[in-house]
Design a protein around this ligand. Structure first.
Ligand code: SDX
Length: 425
């Protein structure tokens, strides 16, 4: 850590010296931990200016629209890598050799089944439950099944848990879908690759052969890859905060899934499709743009804006390229929703409000169109996001638990009642 210092002078008192630390990329940080002893807290609702931790996993430059996973640009990974290789990179910090990748893929693909009793667990839910409600429940329930690897101080246990979650999330996600449509669960197949196996578990039935379309499988793999990690976003910060209490890793990931569900976060991909369908025709785009600009209207343009990106989300660019490929492959190049999305994007990017507030399409803007083209129902979109984000959540959890950490415990600006006496009755 560098020995640069900041000075904080409060109401003419002696300056408080605060250490400044430099990272390898991005803004320096000011260490404010000593302020409590001086009788002050920092105040940063929404953590707009707060670095809650040190990390080596992912770097985002919001001004440039840059996203690096262990130093590798997302564009390169999307073009040259695949999802399981990116999982390895996030977990271990380096790209695997061909032997390491072969061993990792074989191990992941041989742990894709879930405990048979989990099948009964689903039957406590209504068939029309939102898939994310079921996902939160069944992933949290894994804590009840894997007692053999829950010593979080044991590095091997942490690794086994990471592998189990990456292996089993597609199986659980597909089971959530099958349960919602009343079809039988489909067991995973180890002879298929990760994305093919997911499509197989989602769309095959016992009644006929099902061969995953390789173009759709590759697009599915890229959707997972583009969602794999994203620094200290709301759901990852939730996983870290839950993990800081020493909670079971399956419970921590379940808390991340719950946080991701919100429409301001991972729920936006479902909200984008619902918005495009509500717009319904290019002639109504202006009406919705005006609503998004109206302070008195709670409507926001879903899939637009980002806390960090004040430029185009690099994932959205890659997602759009894959969108075009998938729709062309399926002969859906004239998909009406895609045409509305492209027209909406063009109008918004030329509108002064969006330019001034630096609101660009984010990862969720095009992902829903690909997922719909692949045949994923809208209410499953955020489950797909949770599946893709699992290696990121786990990598951050492992980074924290494998290092030195304290329980996260923010403070507050209290503006409630001062002490008062309970009235005599
Ligand atoms: C994800 O953090 C991550 O990394 C998340 C994520 C990941 O991979 O983990 O990238 C995934 O969650 C992407 C974001 C998906 N959400 C949406 O698409 C929902 C729509 N977007 C907004 O709700 C909003 O842009 C957020 C939540 C994404 C960001 O909110 P911020 O950073 O708190 O910004 P803000 O709400 O303070 O907005 C700044 C201004 C406001 O206007 P003023 O009060 O300054 O006048 O921009 C306006 C907002 O009203 N604004 C929008 C808008 N987004 C922001 N106006 C219209 N439409 C929008 N979409």
């Amino acid at each position: 850590m560098a020995d640069k210092k900041a000075q904080l002078i409060i109401e003419g008192k002696d300056p408080i010296e605060l250490p400044i630390y430099e990272g390898t990329l991005g803004p320096d940080v000011i260490d404010v931990t000593s302020l409590t002893a001086q009788g002050y807290f920092t105040y940063d609702p929404g953590f707009v200016s707060t670095a809650a931790t040190e990390s080596k996993i992912t770097f985002i430059d919001g001004g440039k629209g840059q996203l690096l996973h262990r130093g590798y640009p997302i564009e390169d990974l999307a073009e040259k890598s695949d999802y399981l290789e990116t999982c390895y990179l996030l977990l271990y910090g380096e790209l695997p050799t061909s032997e390491e990748k072969e061993e990792f893929v074989a191990m992941i693909m041989r742990h894709t089944m879930v405990h048979e009793q989990i099948h009964q667990f689903f039957h406590g839910f209504r068939r029309d439950s939102h898939p994310m409600a079921v996902m939160v429940g069944v992933v949290g329930a894994l804590a009840a099944f894997y007692h053999d690897s829950l010593d979080i101080t044991n590095q091997r246990h942490r690794e086994i848990t990471a592998h189990r979650l990456i292996s089993k999330m597609p199986t659980l996600a597909a089971m959530v879908y099958k349960y919602s449509i009343g079809q039988p669960f489909v067991y995973p197949r180890n002879d298929l690759n990760y994305a093919e196996n997911f499509l197989y578990m989602m769309f095959s039935t016992p009644c006929e052969e099902y061969t995953p379309n390789p173009v759709l499988a590759k697009a599915m793999d890229r959707v997972f890859l583009l969602h794999a990690d994203h620094e200290q976003n709301a759901s990852t910060s939730t996983v870290r905060l839950a993990g800081s209490s020493g909670a079971n890793p399956f419970a921590c990931i379940s808390s991340g899934i719950a946080a991701l569900w919100g429409p301001a976060h991972g729920g936006a991909n479902e909200a984008v499709l619902n918005m495009l369908e509500e717009i319904g025709d290019e002639s109504r785009i202006e009406e919705f743009i005006e609503r998004a600009k109206d302070k008195n209207d709670p409507f926001r343009l879903m899939g637009f804006g980002h806390r960090v990106y004040k430029n185009y989300d690099p994932r959205a660019k890659v997602m759009k390229e894959h969108c075009d490929q998938v729709l062309a492959e399926l002969g859906l190049g004239n998909d009406p929703l895609l045409k509305i999305a492209m027209k909406l994007e063009k109008i918004a990017l030329e509108d002064e409000y969006f330019i001034e507030k630096k609101l660009y399409p984010n990862v969720d803007f095009y992902s829903g169109i690909i997922l719909k083209a692949i045949g994923i129902p809208v209410e499953m979109f955020t489950v797909i996001f949770a599946l893709g984000r699992t290696p990121g959540w786990i990598a951050h959890w492992k980074e924290m638990i494998g290092g030195s950490y304290r329980i996260g415990r923010p403070r507050q600006l209290y503006t409630g009642h001062t002490a008062r006496t309970y009235p005599d009755k």
